[in-house]
Structures are given as C-alpha cells and as structure tokens.
Design a protein around this ligand. Structure first.
Ligand code: CUV
Ligand code: SF4
Length: 630
C-alpha cells in the first residue's frame, strides 16, 4: 500500500481546535461558538411551519392553531417555504451563469478575457443552430453570449439546453408541465405562486419547485459551466493539493473564496506575474501562494491546479492561521463573520461584488471592464499586507493531501477510453464506462455534492460514505464542497485506489484515475446531468434505469435544494442527510419522497443516520441493476 494514508476527520478536528486556540487569544468568534448560541433551533422553523409572507402573521402551526390567519394549513405553508427556498437557489446559480455570459460578451482578443476553448464554443453554436462558418471567434462569442442571455428572459418557448436530455426525459418534462421556460420567469413565477393568497396546494408547489430547479440545472447553471469552459478552458486532469497545509508561511497568502471564476482567474493570473512576485519579495516574502475555499477554489483548481485550502466550514480557519494576507471573495457562501474575524488579525477581507457586500470589508468593486487593473490592485494590497503579520499568531496546520482534479465530461470520456476491452471504436462516447458498469466491474455511480453543515460532524458524512462506496466498487463523482472534503482526506489521490474493491481498483489503474472524480463546482453539477444523459443515450436505457444516484449528505444552502430538485427531475434518486424543513407536512413529505416519482421516475430519500443513508444508496443501486438484468 506504500505510504498512502488518508487524513482522518479526527486529525482535521485537532487542527481546527489548535486554530481555535489562536482565535481565543485574539478574542475571535467562530461558527463552533455561534452554533452553541443558536441551539436549540426554533422548532417551527425546523419543521417549515412558520409563515411570514404577509403582515397579518407571522403565523405558526400548532395543534391548537392548525391554520394561519388566512386559513392556510401546514401543507401549504411548508410547500410555499420549500418553493421559496428553491427559487432562492435557482436565482443564485442562474445569476452566476448570467455573469459568465456577460463576461463572454466582453471577451476580447486584446482584453483581460479571451476565448480559451474556441472548439467548445463552436460545438455549442452548432448545437444551437448558429452559423459558425467563416465567423470570427470573438464575433461568435458575442453572438452566443447574447443568445444565452436571452434564455433568461425570452417570452416564449423552453430552455435551449433541454435538447441535450434524452427524448424520453424531455417527454416526461413536457407531460408533467415542468419544462423550464425563461430562467428568470421560473424564479419570478415561483415568487408569484408563493405570494399571499396564491398557491397553497402542495402538488402545484412541488411541480413549480421541480421546474425552477430545472431552470437552474438545465438553464442558468449550464450556461455557467459551458461558457466558463469557453472562457477559461475546459478542465483536464491536473495535479494539485488540498487542506490548510497548502498555505505557505513564507509566502504572501491570498485566499480566493466564492463562486464566480471571473475574478479568481484574474487574481491567479496576476499572482503569477513576475512583477508581482518581485513585489512580494520586496515586502519580505518568498513568493505568492494563491489557494481557495468553496467553489471558486474548485474552479481554479480544475483549470489551473490552484490548491484547495478547505471547504465551507473551514473558511474561518484560513484566517485563523494568522498567515492570510487577503481573503478575496466574490459571491455566495461567504460568512459575514469574516469581517470581524479578519479585524482580529492583519488579514484584509476584500469583497468585490455588488451582490455580496459586507461590513468590515474592503470593497474593491470588480467588473469585466476593469478586471485586470482591479486584480492587480488586490494582489498588490495582499503583498503590502505581508509586513503586518503578527508572527506569534502564525500557525498553519501541517496537513495536506495530493489530488488529481479536472474531470470535466470531456476529460472523463477521454480517460475512460483506455479501459474498454471492446474492439469496436467507441472513442468519444460513454461506452467504455457503460461496459464497466454492465459487466459489474463497477456496480454503479454516486454523485456526491453539496456543502458542510454543523448539523453533521463536518466532512464525516462525505468522507465516510465515499470510503464505503468505493470499497463496494461504486465510483464517486463529486463537486462543490463534497469534492473538497474528498480531496482534503486524500480520496482524490490516485493512490486511494487501494481503498477500492477489486473491480473499481482495476479501472482506476487502467485509466490512471482516482476513485473519487472531481467534476467541479456546484454549477458544474450540470456536467453530471449531461453525463447521465449521454449514458442513457449510449445504453438505450432511461436515466432512471441507470445504477446512478445523487447524494448531498451535509447540504445547507438554498442552492442545494434547487440542485436536488433538478437532479430528481432528471430521473436520479437523490439522498439527503439534512431535512429540507418539510417535516411539518406529511403531504409535502409524501410528494417529495414518492409522489414526484409518477412524473419524473425518481424521488428523494431523507435520512439523517449517515450509515443508513449510505446503505440505502447501495441498495438502490443494486435494485436498479437487478431491474435491468445486469
Ligand atoms: Ni458551491 S453551496 S457550501 S457546496 S460552495 Fe460549498 Fe456549493 Fe456553497 Fe454548498
Ligand atoms: Fe399567516 Fe396566511 Fe399571512 Fe402566512 S399568508 S403569515 S399563514 S395570514
């Protein structure tokens, strides 16, 4: 087995505790403390039976008061809350996608943003029926960006991307009336439906939740992923490292955090600039280290091999090292706590987006027009801050693992090409992967996604489940903070093949891949949707028949619920380790865990016991295998 050893959750916790000691010294607050102050949580909120959408309320459902003042019952209130939650997530992912489209619209051969993958742009243009012959690639980029932006508000028709799904899936969506129309329309319709005195029928609210989710996964997120690839390059396998030990005590440490790669790409670009490195040296540092947190980190790890400092619940840890010169954030999943926390250290907390403005931060407004100049300013500010470090507060846990990341669908198809035994030419399809699955060498696949949540011991569910799955010859594709949990533990090191069952181990060896494959950020779950679509088309099976399930064991955000809805609506059974505030309505529970199956051939399972959750997934995969006779 060589020297390979996973990093355990206990080791990570010990490192965190050591950092919290530093925090205590400087009077810093931390989520571990705030969780205690917030416990126990409000029971009404937990069950989803509190309504405050009109000023007659807020109304809470109890045995004595089974209806709100307007007469709405628990099912209506839980349903509306669920749809609002979804709409928040769909809006957020989709707006991120929109920003990327605007960046593409501003692409310029002489500017900050270029077209790094023209072939992919042409491929998508052909798919959309846009003439590409003899067209300048930047003219094409601008035309495509405009068409994509129109997807957000077009008055008629459904999302262009839906055509990528198998016909059977498209028909299900059509028949269930959940085909997403304009992206913004689904968000607006959701908020309209949840206004006082509109929908209170669970069935209608669940239907719109699926549709709003689909507007995200097969709309806004897909725009985000596909056009990020066009702009910044389609990810290919690349080596990197993960966990707090990637920060370097002798260097200027810049941590990028958030989701939109437009900013972080530029920061990475300038941090690599010899002029900036010389500047860092003139400030007494040896160089510049950029590392990341959350999905911004995934974006730059996948394309540049930038190391991942940590995931969602480690964002405060990077500041607590005392060695972070700047934490530069764009949008989403950023703790407002970083403001006051950074004030306890020398760290500059730099916000950059009008969408995510926070107290106690330095706001360096970033936009496509001034990207280069602002990124340079940010890197310079970090360098100048090196001298303000308090050496007595510096402690970087000596903890990191190797990881190979960058498995876009394109990359995955390519690496798996080598695995097939068949003599027919299957290059460029998912057939080699299918062959592994049908022969039983691989039993199936799990898409592990989503955040951390203090309700689950951080990273434990992600890591323990992945270990069990790969030991059972189930390949894991991961994204978001789940992928980072895997990388921190070492599960994205190719050496982790030794933890697999014999079949998966063989595949890892032949294809030279780790058993947990990093597919990118949360918007990149759209990659997974295309992967299952291709698998279905290449096998002639329905998506719902494939031995594939989705899982978000530690999720916390509205985005995660939106994702869950489109994964289910795409025909993939989805397993949650945290309840989405629906326990207060038996009808909502029934719709989500069973009723939706009639429309989309898949449903949710909620199970907070992580062991059981994992066993249920394995069971489901085996059931699906039996059903198709493999
Ligand atoms: Ni991008 S939504 S915490 S995994 S980044 Fe991680 Fe998502 Fe946020 Fe959740
Ligand atoms: Fe109460 Fe109905 Fe108003 Fe909600 S909409 S706060 S249940 S009166």
């Amino acid at each position: 087995m060589g020297d390979f050893k996973l990093t355990t959750v206990e080791e990570m916790e010990a490192a965190t505790n050591r950092l919290l000691e530093t925090g205590a010294k400087v009077g810093a607050d931390a989520w571990q403390i705030r969780v205690k102050n917030q416990t126990p949580h409000c029971k009404f909120g937990e069950q989803g039976i509190c309504c405050r959408i009109c000023a007659m309320g807020p109304c809470r459902i109890t045995p004595k008061a089974p209806r709100g003042i307007c007469g709405c019952d628990a099912h209506g209130i839980v349903g509306r809350n669920y749809l609002k939650f979804t709409a928040g997530g769909a809006a957020t992912h989709s707006d991120h996608g929109r920003e990327i489209c605007h960046t593409l619209y501003a692409a310029d051969p002489n500017g900050a943003y270029k077209v790094k993958d023209p072939d992919k742009l042409i491929r998508i243009a052909k798919e959309w029926g846009v003439e590409t012959e003899g067209k300048d690639i930047y003219d094409l980029a601008h035309e495509m960006a405009e068409l994509a932006l129109m997807e957000y508000g077009k008055p008629f028709g459904v999302q262009r991307w839906l055509k990528r799904a198998p016909e059977h899936t498209q028909k299900l969506w059509h028949d269930a009336e959940i085909e997403p129309r304009a992206i913004d329309r689904e968000v607006a319709t959701s908020l309209h439906m949840t206004h006082m005195g509109c929908s209170s029928k669970p069935e209608a609210l669940v239907r719109q939740s699926l549709r709003a989710g689909l507007a995200d996964g097969w709309g806004g997120s897909m725009c985000g992923t596909e056009f990020s690839d066009v702009l910044f390059g389609t990810p290919k396998p690349i080596d990197t490292e993960a966990n707090l030990g990637v920060m370097n005590a002798e260097n200027v440490n810049i941590v990028v955090h958030g989701h939109d790669p437009s900013l972080s790409e530029m920061v990475c670009e300038y941090a690599d600039d010899p002029e900036m490195i010389a500047y860092a040296k003139s400030m007494g540092a040896k160089g510049i280290t950029v590392s990341g947190v959350c999905c911004t980190s995934n974006e730059v790890a996948m394309r540049r091999g930038i190391p991942m400092a940590g995931n969602f619940l480690q964002q405060e840890n990077v500041v607590l090292t005392g060695a972070c010169e700047a934490i530069v954030v764009d949008v989403q999943c950023i703790f407002p706590a970083l403001g006051p926390l950074s004030k306890c250290f020398h760290t500059k907390f730099i916000t950059t987006s009008p969408i995510a403005q926070m107290p106690d931060s330095d706001y360096i407004r970033f936009d496509v027009g001034t990207a280069a100049e602002k990124a340079k300013q940010i890197v310079k500010t970090a360098c100048e801050n090196f001298k303000n470090r308090k050496p007595e507060l510096v402690y970087i846990p000596d903890m990191k693992q190797k990881a190979t990341v960058g498995y876009s669908l394109e990359a995955l198809v390519k690496v798996l090409d080598g695995v097939t035994n068949s003599q027919v030419d299957v290059t460029g399809t998912t057939k080699p992967l299918l062959e592994c699955v049908t022969s039983g060498v691989i039993r199936g696949a799990v898409a592990m996604v989503g955040c951390n949540n203090p309700k689950v011991r951080p990273d434990t569910a992600h890591i323990e489940m992945m270990k069990k799955l790969i030991a059972n010859d189930i390949v894991v594709v991961a994204s978001g903070c789940s992928a980072q949990a895997a990388a921190k533990a070492g599960l994205m090191d190719k050496a982790a093949k030794d933890l697999c069952g014999a079949g998966l181990k063989r595949v890892c060896e032949l294809a030279d891949i780790p058993p947990v494959l990093h597919m990118g950020s949360c918007v990149d779950i759209s990659r997974m949707m295309i992967l299952v679509s291709e698998l279905a088309k290449d096998s002639g099976l329905k998506i719902s028949q494939l031995p594939v399930v989705g899982c978000a064991p530690e999720w916390m955000s509205e985005k995660a619920v939106s994702i869950g809805n489109y994964v289910v609506a795409t025909g993939i059974d989805t397993f949650l380790g945290v309840d989405p505030y629906v326990s207060g309505s038996s009808e909502m529970g029934e719709w989500l865990t069973n009723g939706v199956r009639d429309w989309v051939e898949a449903a949710y399972t909620v199970e907070t016991d992580i062991d059981k959750l994992c066993d249920k997934m394995i069971e489901r995969i085996e059931e699906k295998r039996t059903a198709i006779g493999i």
